[in-house]
Design a protein around this ligand. Structure first.
Ligand code: BES
Ligand code: MN
Ligand code: MN
Length: 462
């Protein structure tokens, strides 16, 4: 792929941005996260945004920018996040996570940038700043734009939620535009029409009041790790249905027609298995893999620890065992209620001889958007123009809790125009984002604006 002078500059800037380790979860990186916010603010100003500011919160800052052309024109609010997931396990990276490098892969013959956040979400969010710059320089931007780029998405967006609730006027808009999801394949664009909710729990099992010699006490007392494993195994039955009473009560089941519609873009199971190095799939009975990872709720252990995990062997019965357990939720599950149901059930299945503590870390609601809106149609047309192929609507399995929040607080729908691929390894070692995808995004986003403004004007005169 031959890059223009502008494209080379965009690529360099993006790689520069990726050098900032803006890991929101780790207090060690607090200053780096702030530096990330400053970088975004400068990028907005340099792109031609007349106003950009950093808004402090009790946590990490929010970057807000606006380009207000004319109040009689529609307003698009661009949302993204400049914070990233922790890079560990660092040992599994082929290159240091905050020293971006370009490498070619089978899926990315034009190269991909490897670094933490290259895709999620620095690369995808930066496309919007550059698309804005391109539109301004061409004089083709005929609407108002507001940018709200946060630094706490990967840790639950708590402070953004408060900011949205108290700044409804400032954030008033007609549509929210986000690139923080993926698409089906390089030659098959898709638009994300749904996100799952989330309920993130942590459990601690305490047995004896100190670690014990496993010879002196083994076999005569509860071992918290054994107990924890057994309790976890009871959370799903043999059909992989979650056993928490009431868990499925509010789940909206899709109709046969909707499921048939979904099945028109079937997942290639062999490719799916090969891409992650497994030889068999598993999941809830009665649903296929694509359904299991998008329209069905799940329960997974994200981490488990306790006892001796150092070098060699130590014969010990630990006093405590811990696990982080998360549930992906679907419409209309209420994550607060699910967290309570989990807590009650988990405590109820504990045997005598141990104590159970359960805490809720964070959560969020699921989201769905219809495809009949002008926002969706504008996005559809945009992909059609740049990919030469109609995008497929697709429910995503991940979560962006602020999206349903926007709908509740601002009454505005979000359009999820993602350009990443599942193989980009977001949250994993060797995260990358295709240079093709980056520039395709910068090309497609202005088409969204063009089509949206057109449809908006038509709607107005109807
Ligand atoms: N960008 C992802 C969410 C995503 C990725 C949605 C791909 C659909 C497709 C986002 O940054 C993320 O990782 N969200 C978290 C939730 C958050 C509360 C920590 C997630 O889904 O685990
Ligand atoms: Mn993201
Ligand atoms: Mn993420």
């Amino acid at each position: 792929m031959k890059l223009t002078t502008d494209q080379k500059r965009f690529l360099e800037q993006w790689m520069d941005f990726l050098k900032i380790p803006s890991v929101s979860a780790d207090p060690i990186h607090k200053k780096d996260v702030t530096q990330g916010a400053e970088w975004v603010k400068s990028a907005l100003l340099n792109a031609g945004c007349p106003h950009a500011e950093i808004i402090q919160t009790p946590g990490h800052p929010i970057v807000y920018g606006e380009y207000l052309l004319d109040p009689s024109l529609p307003t698009v609010l661009v949302y993204g996040h400049y914070d990233v997931q922790p890079a560990d396990p660092i040992d599994l990276w082929d290159n240091p996570p905050f020293e971006p490098v370009i490498k070619n892969t089978a899926i990315h013959p034009d190269g991909a940038v490897f670094a933490r956040g290259s895709c999620d979400d620095k690369g995808q969010m930066f496309m919007h700043i550059k698309a804005f710059e391109v539109m301004l320089s061409k004089g083709s931007l005929a609407c108002n734009i507001k940018f709200m780029i946060e630094g706490e998405e990967e840790v639950g967006s708590d402070n953004l939620e408060d900011f949205v609730k108290t700044n409804k006027e400032k954030l008033a808009c007609d549509i929210i535009l986000i690139s923080d999801t993926g698409m089906i394949a390089q030659d098959q664009p898709s638009i994300t029409t749904g996100l799952r909710g989330l309920s993130y729990m942590e459990v601690t099992i305490t047995g004896p009041n100190r670690d014990l010699h496993s010879g002196l006490y083994g076999g005569s007392v509860q071992n918290p790790i054994n107990v924890l494993c057994k309790m976890i195994s009871q959370l799903r039955d043999e059909n992989k249905k979650i056993t928490i009473p009431g868990f499925y009560e509010d789940v909206i089941e899709l109709s046969t027609e909707e499921r048939a519609e979904m099945d028109k873009a079937p997942l290639d199971l062999e490719e799916f298995k090969n891409s992650i190095g497994i030889d068999a799939i598993e999941g809830e009975k009665g649903f296929n893999t694509e359904e299991r990872r998008s329209i069905r709720p799940t329960l997974d252990v994200n981490g488990i620890w306790g006892g001796y995990t150092g070098e060699g062997a130590k014969t010990v019965i630990p006093s405590k065992a811990h696990a982080k357990i998360s549930m992906r939720l679907v419409p209309d599950q209420d994550w607060h209620q699910i967290s309570e149901q989990f807590t009650d059930y988990f405590k109820s299945i504990a045997p005598a001889g141990v104590e159970v503590e359960v805490i809720t870390h964070h959560g969020g609601y699921a989201y769905v958007t219809p495809i009949e809106t002008i926002g969706y149609k504008a996005a559809h047309q945009a992909y059609l123009e740049t990919f030469g192929k109609a995008p497929i609507p697709k429910r995503g399995g991940g979560s962006i809790p602020i999206v349903p929040m926007f709908e509740k607080e601002l009454g505005v729908k979000s359009i999820l125009m993602g350009f990443g691929l599942d193989s980009d390894a977001i949250h994993s070692p060797n995260e990358h984002y295709g240079i093709f995808n980056f520039f395709k995004g910068i090309e497609t986003i202005p088409k969204f604006y063009k089509n949206y403004i057109k449809l908006w004007n038509q709607n107005k005169s109807d």
